[in-house]
Design a protein around this ligand. Structure first.
Ligand code: SF4
Length: 125
């Protein structure tokens, strides 16, 4: 255990949509009984890439005592979940993350994905 940054999930706000599961490259999040859960603390690096995609604001970072992040545990998990992820798509051109880099963005409270091809158009709007 160590005092570090880790994801906090507000169960009251979580609607179980599952949008946060795939963006977590470490496989730390799963839906359990209709709510997102950090299945093992050692898989969550606290980087917060999942925060931007949550449509309800259920995800935040907190600093608390948690198991140390483990690269080894992540590598084992990546082997386990390989081929089972759901590719995200750009909300503007529908390109998948298999074909382009996607970034999470927010607009008027809505969580969106944008690919690097569409991003320049948004910047210049
Ligand atoms: S994206 Fe937000 S609301 Fe949807 S499952 Fe994850 S934490 Fe819950």
């Amino acid at each position: 255990m160590t005092n570090r940054s880790i994801i906090h999930i507000n169960e009251e706000l979580c609607n179980g949509c599952g949008v946060c599961i795939s963006p977590c490259a470490e496989g730390a999040l799963e839906l359990v009984d209709g709510k997102a859960k950090v299945i093992r603390e050692e898989l969550c690096d606290g980087a917060g890439f999942c925060l931007g995609v949550c449509p309800t604001g259920a995800l935040t970072l907190e600093v608390r005592d948690a198991d140390l992040f483990s690269e080894k545990a992540v590598e084992d998990m990546k082997i386990k979940i390989a081929g089972h992820y759901i590719p995200q798509t750009c909300n503007f051109c529908h390109t998948t993350e298999d074909d382009a880099y996607l970034l999470p963005i927010k607009h008027k409270g809505e969580a969106l994905w944008v690919c690097t091809r569409c991003l320049p158009k948004l910047i210049h709007q």
